[in-house]
Design a protein around this ligand. Structure first.
Ligand SMILES: C[S@@+](CC[C@H](N)C(=O)[O-])C[C@H]1O[C@@H](n2cnc3c(N)ncnc32)[C@H](O)[C@@H]1O
Length: 255
């Protein structure tokens, strides 16, 4: 089963999407800093989830394409951004981040909140980078985050969250090498007062940030750098402490 495809999408939308809302202004600063054209910039939000980041870009006048493989997540994004979808400023596509193509190239691509850690292996991550490369205009910017080992260890935990409309139980394990699993079980209250149960399992992979940067540098990307979480326009020296590392890369001019 594809993760995020159950009613967990509703809980994600309500309770887990704050990350995207908080990070969106930082990503926008980075893009604005880089955008030298007077045309409206086009952003690809890869693994867009329920569309919080996309909505922020749209409110700021950007055009947005969102891609996600979960229809349940896309449905939330479509509902959130419906005025922009209707006006033609936004579109959302169901596709695999490792294997997609766009009709029109974009100025920027962002993939946020551990989305790329969900790819099953390194080969898939490299295929994703190639797809983003093809989707971007020359000199277009790509920014994404990856979990550090410290961040992966955060999955070694059990939690129970209870809200009036739902209860969520998460149980995770990390092997301290490259793989973490999390079982998510939930109960969502229906209109008739009864609860619907769902269950799904997510797997995340740890990717070595140095290998990732080397791969990008060897495949036509330039100015590849780590960025400070608090200010993505500022380079970081080495992998910063914390649960995530941010990587920024500019697409080279070759096609
Ligand atoms: C943790 S959520 C992040 C969502 C969003 N970027 C945010 O910041 O809230 C991960 C998202 O990645 C999507 N995803 C995972 N693997 C994917 C793949 N191979 N292709 C497309 N989407 C994928 C999931 O469906 C989910 O919506």
């Amino acid at each position: 089963m594809i993760p995020y495809s159950t009613r967990f999408a509703e809980i994600y939308d309500e309770d887990w999407s704050g990350f995207a809302s908080r990070k969106a202004p930082k990503v926008l600063d980075l893009f604005r800093n880089h955008h030298r054209s007077s045309d409206k910039a086009v952003v690809l939000d890869l693994c867009c989830g329920t569309g919080q980041m996309a909505e922020h870009f749209l409110e700021q006048g950007f055009l947005v394409t969102g891609i996600d493989q979960s229809q349940a997540m896309l449905d939330r994004a479509l509902a959130r951004c419906s005025p922009y979808v209707e006006s033609g400023s936004a579109n959302f596509l169901k596709a695999n981040a490792c294997d997609f193509s766009l009709d029109t190239s974009v100025d920027f691509c962002v993939s946020a909140y551990d989305a790329l850690n969900h790819l099953p292996d390194q080969e898939s991550l490299w295929r994703c980078f190639d797809a983003v490369f093809r989707a971007l205009k020359p000199h277009g910017l790509f920014v994404f985050d990856l979990k550090t080992k410290q961040g992966m260890r955060g999955w070694n935990s059990i939690s129970i969250t209870e809200k009036p409309q739902w209860t969520l139980i998460t149980r995770g394990t990390y092997d301290d090498r490259d793989t973490a699993h999390r079982r998510v079980t939930g109960f969502v209250r229906d209109d008739d007062g009864r609860f619907t149960r769902f269950e799904e399992t997510m797997t995340e992979r740890w990717f070595d940030p140095e290998s990732v940067c080397q791969r990008l540098e060897g495949t036509g990307w330039r100015e590849v750098r780590y960025a400070l979480s608090a200010d993505l326009t500022r380079p970081a020296t080495g992998v910063p402490d914390g649960s995530r590392v941010y990587i920024v890369a500019e697409r080279g001019a070759r096609s």
